[in-house]
Design a protein around this ligand. Structure first.
Ligand SMILES: Cc1cc2nc3c(=O)[nH]c(=O)nc-3n(C[C@H](O)[C@H](O)[C@H](O)COP(=O)(O)OP(=O)(O)OC[C@H]3O[C@@H](n4cnc5c(N)ncnc54)[C@H](O)[C@@H]3O)c2cc1C
Length: 509
């Protein structure tokens, strides 16, 4: 085995520049020769604006200043996702980045709420969640980080302009020595002995040789699939939506610190508020709605005038059979795609990068590292798949062909087991790996009207009066904390408003 010192990243979308930024920062001392090839002519997918809280740790690990990042990417804060019309039409709930209430004597808060509800309690589970109440009132502040403090025990993410984020990370990476090469890759060189990829050739004849390639070429999977024929596990039978149409529009009304996902008859629609505009899109299953109708539904429900022509995207949900094959690691859309219902793609990019860094094959590619990487990323994808599917099957909706399809679906065992445990006594089975922790599962299952038959018997040693008093105290504490929280707009003005943003110029969104 020979030392890996030359790394070529193919693709300059979110995946490519996140990879370049992280490798150039983390391996500063290794003197790696890092190059990134991208083609302005091909461009990027141009969507991907909503994230999960973990991205903060990615930025922090690179030493990125939050306010500077927010200004550069027109970012807003995100406390969760509001789901409209999912359980049934007219319903809405927020999946927050944080717990409900606080554990009582180490027992899950929602267990007490379930018992009180059965005894006639009328407050929503959401009334005990700081991030939900703050989101509903358009408020935001950074958590203080005290896990015992009800107003600090939550996470937050960002909604940003993905193109500006890639640009921001490009500046960062180039300052760290990454060489950007503009051009279209047209040919791949293979080492006759090992069968590994040895080089890529650009349209202008330029050849880039490397020991390790990171394929961030998007849905094309230029190296991992077109060249290495790695294969794809098609998950369309579970997540059949296969198209999207996206369009930005002018912002209107209050700047809410959350993404919205509204269920439709043949898919769902997103709304992502940024500082300078609102991102919108309709994800749909083309079996049950035409492209024109999907576009019409999207365009007729925008908050304000469209700022561009609607853009059509095509995809097949699933994952690459091997994320790492030979000396090619696929990260981003080339590794697989799960629809953006819970904003997980950028998170999976982050997982891919951190796992690659952990297993970095400095002394040569080793099959053990490849196997470990593929097993871990496989689990990450599966966990996300189950969580996304939950939204479609934990529903009373049967008002269209798509919803009836999900009603009749045979679920993956892993998801079926989760649902059975919840329905019996409100227990959330813990997965090994997987980004979504029990509070997220509680949020969606409860939010879509799956109310367990029983509860944890350990709460039975508390009287109803005792539970009522404890929960009321927690609720009042939560309300008080929210009341002292600034609006997101006020917070952003002090921390991260872009110059030229309406936040600064008009004083109002
Ligand atoms: C409808 C939709 C909505 C989404 N919403 C979200 C969301 O809200 N949150 C989220 O986390 N994720 C979301 N995603 C996913 C997110 O957009 C992607 O994960 C992210 O943008 C990463 O894309 P990428 O960098 O892998 O690919 P791309 O953006 O497609 O970039 C590919 C790069 O490869 C280059 N390239 C390709 N071929 C060649 C070649 N031959 N030569 C040279 N260069 C080449 C291109 O120029 C480009 O730079 C969404 C995806 C879709 C489809």
């Amino acid at each position: 085995m020979s030392v890996i010192s030359r790394i070529c990243i193919l693709g300059g979308g979110t995946a490519g520049w996140m990879t370049a930024a992280a490798l150039s920062h983390k391996f500063k001392d290794l003197n790696l020769d890092l190059s990134l090839v991208e083609s302005d002519q091909i461009g990027t997918v141009g969507v991907g604006e909503a994230t999960l809280p973990h991205i903060r740790f990615f930025n922090q690990a690179l030493g990125i200043d939050e306010a500077a990042f927010m200004k550069s990417t027109e970012a807003t804060f995100k406390l969760g996702i509001e789901f409209c019309d999912w359980g049934k039409k007219g319903d809405h709930y927020i999946h927050p980045f944080g717990d409900y209430g606080v554990p009582i004597d180490e027992l899950d808060f929602h267990q007490f709420w379930l018992k009180l509800r059965k005894a006639g309690g009328t407050h929503r589970l959401s009334d005990y969640s700081y991030p939900i109440l703050a989101a509903e009132q358009g408020r935001f502040r950074i958590p203080a980080g005290d896990l015992n403090d009800i107003g600090s025990n939550f996470g937050y993410a960002y909604q940003f302009d993905a193109g500006l984020y890639a640009k921001f990370l490009r500046t960062f990476s180039e300052a760290n020595g990454v060489r950007r090469v503009e051009g279209r890759a047209v040919e791949v060189g293979i080492d006759g002995e090992s069968g590994n990829i040895s080089s890529i050739k650009l349209e202008d004849g330029h050849v880039i040789e490397a020991d390790l390639f990171v394929d961030c070429s998007g849905f094309r999977g230029l190296l991992i699939e077109q060249e290495l024929k790695t294969g794809y596990d098609d998950w369309s039978h579970w997540l059949p939506c296969n198209r999207a149409v996206a369009v930005p529009c002018e912002s209107r009304g209050e700047l809410r610190p959350y993404t919205r996902a509204t269920a439709r008859t043949a898919g769902w629609q997103w709304r992502i508020p940024l500082q300078h505009r609102t991102g919108n899109g309709h994800v749909y299953w083309n079996e049950f709605i035409s492209d024109d109708e999907a576009t019409h539904q999207l365009m007729s429900t925008l908050d304000g005038p469209a700022l561009a022509e609607p853009k059509q995207l095509f995809f097949k949900t699933g994952r690459r059979k091997k994320f790492w094959n030979r000396n090619v690691v696929s990260i981003g859309l080339s590794a697989g795609f799960l629809e953006p219902l819970e904003s997980t793609s950028i998170h999976l990019i982050q997982e891919g990068i951190t796992t690659l860094i952990e297993l970095f094959p400095r002394d040569g590619v080793n099959p053990l590292d490849i196997n470990e990487y593929n097993a871990r990323m496989g689990l990450n994808f599966e966990r996300v798949r189950d969580f996304l599917l939950l939204h479609y099957v934990a529903t009373q909706r049967d008002d269209s062909e798509m919803w009836r399809y999900f009603q009749a679906m045979e679920l993956p065992d892993s998801l079926q087991e989760k649902l059975s445990a919840w329905n019996a006594r409100g227990y959330v089975l813990q997965y090994e790996f997987g980004v979504f922790l029990p509070p997220s599962w509680v949020a969606v299952m409860h939010g879509q009207n799956l109310i367990p038959e029983g509860h944890d018997p350990r709460v039975d040693r508390y009287s109803i009066a005792d539970i009522e008093a404890r929960l009321e105290q927690i609720r009042l504490d939560t309300v008080r904390e929210v009341e002292t929280t600034p609006t997101q707009v006020d917070f952003l003005r002090r921390h991260g408003a872009a110059s030229g943003s309406p936040l600064v110029s008009a004083g109002k969104m």
